[in-house]
Design a protein around this ligand. Structure first.
Ligand code: ADP
Ligand code: G3P
Length: 490
């Protein structure tokens, strides 16, 4: 009988269920998009019911079509959009409000007030994060403050908080398990990454009752047996990690100095710093990369909010292209020094600027600027933002020994060549770019005993193509100076 690991990848715009064979090859995959809600300027919400039903449907479909004929799922992994916050009733399982998504900026002024009290260094020393609406704590607080009756119900222990992994686990286990893993906990602004525990002083600061919080497990652990998962009933969830950490794991960046960068809606660069929680002096985040056998491994992270979303905007907002794949031939026919800079600060700027109030702009337009220059500038913006992160890491005294890339945008060879050129570093694309789902499968497989060690997993990584820098230092510096000038004008 063929054996598989099922990975549930619950992302910002869609949910995927992917069946991996035990060598880490994709056997079957299903994906479903779900609606995004923008109830006010800067607000982004998901209906948790949509998230749950998209997960159910993709899992059912993949199980029915591909696993029906004698196949067996031996372990389940969950990976998820991080920080997104749900509060639900422990008895009914019903959410008390929509999920507030990581991109949501509604708590910006509250974050500003905390920063003006000088609290950021203290919060950062415990959590590795900055005070920003991005993280869960201020979103939880907003629900407690603004939804009628919720604070009282929370204090009585009637409600549960979770990031999406936790919400899905609760539903899959029929409301028995209220758990999360250390990577997801490390994105809440409530978790002390040094003690690996919820921090009572932070809970007090944000006014959040501890009784709301899930139990924090290793990333490879016994999360619970599935009882409400259709054909998955009887199998166990054995791996959980936030999607960027899962991508680092799937890219098998297990050694200190190894880094991955994922180019999906946003871009997230993560560098393994081993057992040291290095504190950045240049506004990068310190986070838990994974926790295995009770031992946390840490990472430095640069989070860019808008990467592939720029291409979606060029397609859907400006209608300059019909499909993302048209961007590659357009850029190939355009000199890199066309002089147009597109800064996609649609929802503010993330690392290393952390400016929630910045907004996007296009600079350097002339009478002969056309579609191809604007599209090329859109692709280049993703690479320049990665360069910003590389610079911040260098100022912290760190240079990645390898950069492995993944996510939807890495199908674009032009982007990866320009990335290598602007970074002045080699960029490696693996054969399997669904590394996020793969990471969750590897974690589950590790707990199931299918894989004996991280070294064994590292041996499964395969390179599809390496991109070597060919640009001169002079050209690189000149192009990047133009980007910096544009960003400073925002
Ligand atoms: N050939 C391409 N060139 C540039 N961007 C692309 C290409 N193909 C896909 N994209 C972009 O990649 C993103 C999709 O990547 P994906 O990893 O599926 O995102 P997410 O998981 O965040 O939803 C989209 O924003 C899309 O615009
Ligand atoms: O769902 P994605 O792939 O856009 O990832 C979102 C990140 O986890 C946010 O921190």
């Amino acid at each position: 009988m063929s054996q598989y690991i099922l990975s549930i990848d619950q992302g910002t715009t869609s949910s995927r269920a992917i069946l991996f064979d035990l060598q880490g090859n994709i056997h079957a995959t299903r994906q479903q998009e779900f609606p995004q809600h923008f109830p006010a300027s800067g607000w982004v919400e998901h209906d948790p019911g949509d998230i749950w039903s998209s997960v159910q449907r993709t899992c059912d479909a993949v199980m029915a079509e591909e696993c029906g004929e004698g196949g067996e799922v031996v372990a389940v992994g969950i990976t998820n959009q991080r920080e997104t916050t749900v509060l639900w009733d422990r008895k009914t399982g019903e959410p008390v409000y929509n999920a507030i998504v990581w991109q949501d900026r509604r708590t910006a002024s509250y974050c500003e007030s905390l920063k003006s009290e000088g609290l950021e260094p203290w919060v950062s020393s415990k959590t590795g994060l900055l005070i920003d609406p991005y993280f869960s704590a201020t979103k939880i607080r907003w629900i407690l403050e603004n939804v009628a009756g919720v604070r009282e119900r929370a204090e009585c222990g009637e409600l549960a908080f979770g990031t999406i992994d936790s919400f899905l686990l609760w539903r899959l286990t029929g409301g028995r398990e209220h758990r999360t893993d250390a990577t997801n906990a490390s994105r809440t602004l409530l978790f002390n990454i040094h003690t690996q525990q919820w921090d009572s002083e932070l809970l007090e600061l944000f006014g959040i009752p501890e009784v709301l919080l899930p139990e924090v497990m290793d990333s490879a652990d016994q999360f619970g047996q599935i009882t409400d998962g259709g054909a998955l009933n009887g199998t166990s969830v054995l791996g959980v990690a936030g999607d960027q950490q899962a991508a680092l794991f799937g890219q098998t960046c297990f050694q200190t100095g190894m880094a991955k960068s994922t180019y999906g809606t946003g871009c997230f660069l993560m560098l393994n710093t081993g057992d040291k929680a290095l504190q950045s002096e240049h506004r990068l985040l310190t986070t838990v990369a994974y926790r295995v056998n009770g031992k946390p491994t840490y990472a430095l992270e640069g989070s860019i909010f808008i990467a592939g979303a720029t291409i979606q905007w060029l397609r859907d907002g400006l209608r300059l292209i019909r499909d993302a794949c048209e961007t590659e031939p357009l850029a190939e026919g355009t000199p890199v020094d066309h002089g147009v800079y597109l800064v996609p600060a649609f929802t503010g700027l993330g690392a290393p600027y952390w400016d929630p109030n910045a907004r996007g702009a296009i600079f350097g337009l002339t009478r002969d600027t056309g579609i191809k220059e604007i599209v090329t500038a859109g692709l280049q913006s993703v690479c320049y933002q990665t360069k910003d992160l590389q610079k911040a890491m260098e100022k912290d005294g760190i240079r990645p020994v390898t950069l492995r890339v993944d996510g939807g945008m890495v199908a674009n060879n032009w982007v990866l060549q320009f990335l290598a050129d602007i970074l002045g570093a080699r960029v490696d694309r693996p054969s399997l770019v669904e590394t996020t789902a793969l990471g969750a499968a590897y974690l589950a497989g590790l707990e199931a005993g299918i894989y004996g060690s991280l070294e064994e997993l590292a041996g499964l990584w395969r390179c599809d193509r390496s991109f070597e820098p060919v640009m001169t230092k002079g050209d690189r510096d000149q192009l990047y100076d133009g980007w910096m000038t544009a960003v400073l004008k925002l």
